[in-house]
Ligand binder design. Structure first.
Ligand code: IPM
Ligand code: MN
Length: 378
């Protein structure tokens, strides 16, 4: 493909503000290259749409989105007056956070959240080695703690019980681990080309760390450990190690530069990626994507790790950097088929990095950051 149809979903809170900057930048990149993008803004899912229609998305949301090659989303969530089950009501009578509905609907089973500090971004760790952090958290995005099974029994009584079932399949584990190892290899190749090799265990230039809580959650812990070992056997060039999630949190703070690719369950990956984002400058600069690596025809969704930040919404204060780096991840994904997109991804990332290196730390409005990145693009 060389012609890309993108559904742009601004969403709630600061979403529309940061998306506006991404759209300006993407249009400029396309206008000055062979990159062919067709951006279509949709007013859903959003709380404002809910206020008018009583649902977060139209009934045929999945059919509509299936007509696009990719989805670019700002942020979702608004602490409105109604309950979560009302607020997240989808048109089919099901209540589900729309982000989760889209991930599930298109089986976007891998969530990738890279963490590498950019010069000029806030630096929260005092140790200078924190500048060398270069990790990719691969989050299982289709099952585990997020299957939504369980319920509340004897609701409202003193005997009430809530259950929340976690489901882990061998199929789901195997595909996410394989993907993590593939990414580890690609990252090592990329580093070798740039002349910045890393050394892990003897003879290896990349590493995958498995996260579990197998000392307490033994069933899926054992399954993950077993399947991980099987997949690892196919990648003798990649070092492996395991961390319990609590110890991983500690090591993310004390020695994050030791990690390369980290693969974690849905919930543990969710938590670790907020932590990883802060190590590298915070939610204002952390990009993210949700993809289906086994079926590129199913639209992936690109969304920053941050939320809708209702406390600063509507004031032009949000940092669009995470959104711009997320747009670069979208271009990377397109770039696997389209050299013009790959080139645009490089240009965009360079422009964001150059802007941060000069203006990082300054108090700037959302549009000022967008303007400065456009200026960097020439
Ligand atoms: C994220 C968010 C979502 C998640 C929420 C909004 C359901 O925290 O994308 O990290 O937990 O996956
Ligand atoms: Mn999260």
């Amino acid at each position: 493909r060389t012609q890309w149809k993108v559904a742009v979903l601004p969403g709630d809170g600061i979403g529309p503000e940061v998306v506006a900057e991404a759209v300006r930048v993407l249009e400029t990149l396309a206008a000055n290259s062979r990159l062919a993008l067709e951006l279509t803004a949709l007013p859903w899912p959003a709380t404002a749409y809910h206020a008018r229609h009583g649902v977060m998305m139209p009934t045929d949301w999945q059919q509509q989105l299936a007509g696009f090659d990719a989805i670019l989303l700002g942020a979702l969530g608004d602490p409105g007056p109604s309950s979560d089950s009302e607020r997240y009501r989808l048109s089919d009578g099901v209540s589900l956070e729309p982000l989760l509905a889209i991930r599930k609907g298109f089986d976007q089973w891998a969530c990738e959240r890279p963490a590498a500090p950019l010069k000029g971004a806030p630096q929260y760790l005092a140790d200078p080695r924190a500048r060398d952090i270069d990790m990719l958290v691969v989050r299982e995005n289709s099952e585990g703690e997020y299957v939504g099974q369980g319920g509340r029994l004897q609701r409202g009584t003193p005997h009430e019980v809530a259950t929340q079932i976690e489901v882990f399949t061998r199929f789901g584990a195997e595909r996410i681990f394989r993907h993590a190892f593939e990414r580890a290899r690609q990252r090592a190749d990329c580093r070798a080309k740039q002349g910045r090799r890393r050394q892990f265990a003897a003879g290896t230039e990349s590493q995958v760390c498995l996260i579990t809580k197998r000392n307490a959650l033994q069933h899926w812990g054992e399954l993950y450990t077993e399947v991980f070992a099987c997949v690892a056997a196919d990648y003798p060039d990649v070092a492996t190690h395991h961390e319990l999630v609590d110890a991983a949190c500690m090591k993310f703070v004390t020695a994050p530069w030791q990690f390369d690719v980290v693969v974690a369950s849905n919930l543990q990956g969710d938590i670790l990626t907020d932590l990883a984002a802060v190590l590298c400058g915070g939610m204002g600069v952390a990009p993210s994507c949700n993809i289906n690596p086994s079926d590129r025809r199913r639209p992936p969704m690109f969304e920053p790790t941050h939320g809708s930040a209702p406390d600063i919404a509507g004031r032009g204060l949000a940092d669009p950097t995470a959104m711009l780096l997320t747009a670069a991840m979208m271009l990377d994904w397109m770039g696997e088929e389209d050299p013009a997109a790959a080139a645009a991804a490089r240009r965009l990332r360079q422009a964001v990095e150059a802007d941060l290196a000069v203006h990082g730390g300054e108090r700037r409005s959302t549009a000022e950051v967008g303007d400065a990145v456009l200026a960097q693009l020439g």
